[in-house]
Design a protein around this ligand. Structure first.
Ligand SMILES: *Cc1c(COP(=O)(O)O)cnc(C)c1O
Length: 400
């Protein structure tokens, strides 16, 4: 594959027109798996929410603009991206908070069982939340997935696509294994939603959470989503029992009574301004075929893997089989941090994940094959010339 081949692929790419939907920065931005770029339609959406709906409509907008049901209506638009049905998803809170709610609900659905299965190398907030939830349930502890699932397990909490390696779990197989032992499966979809087709219904997943600011491009700190399979709604009991999850919030009665359906997973007033950006991010996906996204994503990661194979000191971390690969390529190198900094200085933005991983995210909606080619060239050049040995590339920021 040379640069000309890449330009030809771009000319024939059915997703190519979507790039115009985004404010794509100069240089090469390969960090859309950490913070997606700004959709062009987002500022106007937020301005409308702020100036017209809030500024002019004020309190009436709760009824006239659908604010009160916004968590559910946005959830219904996330649903097709993750293989959920209508009424099974809400957009609210952060991924961490939604993990807390679903994990606690799962433990309460499996009373007497004392184990939460996790992976030690998963995104740390998932472990921290699991630790916090376990602390509230006497006797509950965490166990490594590698140590197996048995009748003591209440819930298996896994990232579908691993943030560091880009490895993808077989959601259906793991969920079936959990169910075979009477346990529930809770999936973190942060690195899957909008990156590849997900089929929660087909996998018979019990719960899922995920963020909207990575592949769904809803902006920093945008509200997350929460999925609970309809079969669990009636019995599900989550502990953040705020008024938005109450069956009659505007009766202002003492005593909590959960709403029917997915609404019982809400806690307090939703972040409507931030949700205008979720609305914008999701609108773009409404005209997108996820099968095309997946095909382009695999073509891009295949290309990057091929072009970076054999670079001195570099080891591929991301699985090669397509069904086991997300939409990123992670490479290990002892000088990973300095190399990422040297790349950023050249306008090629990837990121570093401790201790020695360079992560390159490939977002098919706004990246081109030629970008993949140029990024691989830049990486080869930095490593070949030792540009990363410059001392200015060794300083670490708070956010890597
Ligand atoms: C990004 C990410 C999160 C983020 O959680 P927040 O509550 O939004 O900070 C959680 N889990 C995984 C796997 C992630 O990749």
């Amino acid at each position: 594959m040379n640069r000309e081949d890449c330009l030809r692929l771009d000319a024939a790419d059915p997703l190519a027109p979507l790039r115009a939907e985004f404010t794509v920065p100069d240089g090469l931005y390969l960090d859309g798996n950490s913070l997606g770029v700004l959709p062009r339609r987002t500022p106007a959406k937020i301005a409308d929410l702020v100036e017209r709906q809030w500024g002019e409509g004020l309190i009436a907008s709760w009824n006239t603009e659908g604010w009160f049901e916004r968590s559910q209506s946005l959830g219904d638009r996330v649903a097709p991206l993750i293989g959920a049905g209508p009424g099974e998803v809400v957009v609210c809170d952060s991924t961490s908070v939604n993990l807390f709610k679903t994990l606690a609900a799962a433990l309460r659905l499996r009373p007497g069982r004392r184990v939460i299965v996790v992976e030690r190398d998963t995104f740390p907030t998932d472990l921290y939340i699991a630790e916090g939830v376990a602390g509230l349930f006497p006797g509950v502890r965490m166990r490594e997935l590698a140590d197996g699932i048995d009748e003591d397990v209440a819930v298996v909490l896994l990232s579908h696509t691993d943030y560091r390696t880009g490895a993808v779990h077989d959601m259906k197989a793991v969920t079936q294994e959990a169910h075979r032992h009477g346990a529930l499966a809770l999936w973190d979809l942060c690195h899957s939603a909008g990156a590849l087709p997900v089929d929660l219904t087909g996998a018979e997943a019990d719960f899922a959470v995920g963020c909207t600011y990575k592949y769904l491009n809803a902006g920093p700190g945008a509200p997350a989503f929460l999925y609970a399979a309809a079969r669990h709604h009636e019995a599900a009991d989550q502990p953040l029992t705020g008024w938005f999850g109450h069956s009659r919030p505007f009766d202002f009665v003492p005593g909590y009574a959960p709403a029917q359906g997915i609404t019982r997973f809400l806690a307090g007033t939703p972040a409507l301004v931030a949700m205008a950006a979720v609305d914008a991010g999701l609108e773009i996906f409404e005209s997108v075929d996820l099968a095309e996204v997946r095909a382009k994503s695999l073509a891009m990661t295949d290309l990057f893997i091929e072009l970076t194979a054999g670079l001195p000191g570099v080891e591929l971390v991301t699985p090669v089989p397509h069904e086991r690969r997300g939409s990123q390529v992670s490479l290990r190198h002892p000088d990973a941090h300095a190399i990422v900094q040297a790349l950023i200085a050249r306008g090629v933005v990837g990121d570093f994940r401790a201790p020695d991983v360079m992560r390159f995210g490939f977002t098919p909606l706004y990246l081109r094959h030629v970008d993949v080619f140029d990024a691989a060239e830049a990486l080869s050049e930095v490593i070949r010339d030792g540009a990363h040995r410059d001392p200015r590339f060794s300083a670490r920021g708070k956010v890597t």
